[in-house]
Design a protein around this ligand. Structure first.
Ligand SMILES: [Zn+2]
Length: 356
């Protein structure tokens, strides 16, 4: 089956609609990736590479700076009342992928076709597997197989942000804090030592903990720390000898994973602390002159991103990254997913201005 033909020169809103109507639920991105690759290969100013169902296209003009524009091709599954093909209600385009994030992908493709001579070298990354487990993430695959292709001075992920700049993201760490006691029959509880009761002290430290707001490059990142699970006890008549409180810490991108671990070990001094999962945050990179020029072109004050997003994957390879794209992030994955079409045009105009 040949790939559908994309007309990258067409109106970006029409292009968004075409992209959405090529269904690409995670794991089924092939047809869309083929169409994107095919359209990009027709542009003589781009060098194109394919990695599974991810596509990378680059200009090589020898400019002093390089910008990555990245977006994922996959969507979450359709709503129970299928929300494809797309449809219009006034100035809103409805349907799966309109917000998260084919409006952004349309902007990337429109720029690829329009900017033959950009002011900075450009790398366009289109990838699969963003809405599923981390191991399937196409951006991660590129980072493993060809990290040099992600190198840049700044990366812009065109995830929905209502066309505002959201810089960086918090890091995340999960630890198991375990208390130990001595098991005994509950009829003679005084012979034992209750590990669940001991966990009260762990919870007490969490309740007393004062969450910090941390300013990084002018953006205020709100941290959080809290218990997300608790487990202990083996039977209704046994004094438990073990209780584990799982704690999730969301920390500002000025802290490394090691800093976060050190902080938690200090907070839970006297208890067993085991790190079970960690991912560093991402600095917004807004202190760079190029990023300042971008923010000025957008014309809104930038804000921080609290959740962990793929900007952190860029951070891992040393590239600061921001999110900027059409659509209200609260409408991503929603049954009534939609995008205001004006935001698609605004994003295209801003990025084209900045990169021309
Ligand atoms: Zn997304």
């Amino acid at each position: 089956m040949s790939a559908p033909v994309l007309d990258l020169a067409q109106d970006p809103v029409d292009l968004t609609q075409v992209l959405c109507d090529i269904e690409s639920v995670s794991g089924h991105e092939r047809a869309l990736a083929d169409a994107v690759e095919h359209a990009l290969r027709a542009l003589p100013h781009l060098t194109v590479a394919r990695f599974g169902d991810a596509v990378v296209a680059r200009t090589q003009l020898g400019r002093g700076e390089r910008v990555v524009l990245a977006g994922h091709l996959d969507t979450v599954p359709l709503a129970a009342e299928p929300n494809l093909p797309t449809w219009y209600e006034g100035d809103l385009l409805y349907g799966r992928g309109t917000c998260d994030m084919k409006g952004g992908v349309a902007v990337q493709l429109a720029l690829a076709a329009r900017l033959a001579e950009p002011s900075r070298d450009l790398t366009y990354v289109f990838y699969d597997g963003e809405e599923v487990e981390s191991e399937r993430n196409g951006l991660g695959r590129i980072a493993r197989e060809a990290p040099e292709l992600l190198q840049a001075d700044l990366a812009v992920l065109l995830e929905p942000t209502s066309a505002r700049v959201e810089g960086g993201c918090n890091g995340t760490m999960r630890v198991d804090v375990t208390t130990h006691g001595t098991a005994a029959h509950s009829a003679r509880a005084w012979m034992g030592e209750n590990a669940i009761h001991a966990a009260g002290a762990v919870l007490g430290r969490l309740v007393a903990y004062e969450t910090q707001d941390v300013e990084v490059e002018g953006l205020v990142f709100r941290e959080s720390l809290g218990a997300v699970r608790i487990g202990g006890g083996v039977a209704g008549n046994v004094i438990p000898d073990r209780c584990t409180v799982t704690v999730n810490y969301r920390f500002a991108p000025s802290k490394t994973v090691e800093d976060a671990e050190h902080h938690l070990r200090e907070l839970f001094t006297g208890f067993d602390v085991e790190v079970t999962d960690a991912a560093g945050g991402a600095r917004p990179g807004l202190d760079r002159p190029m990023a300042k020029a971008f923010v000025e072109t957008v014309g809104h004050e930038p804000g921080p991103k609290y959740g962990w997003t793929d900007v952190a994957r860029f951070s891992e390879v040393g590239v600061p990254a921001v999110n900027y794209g059409p659509g209200d992030p609260l409408k991503a994955h929603a049954d009534d997913e939609h995008v205001p079409v004006q935001e698609i045009r605004d994003c295209l105009r801003v990025l084209a201005t900045w990169l021309s």
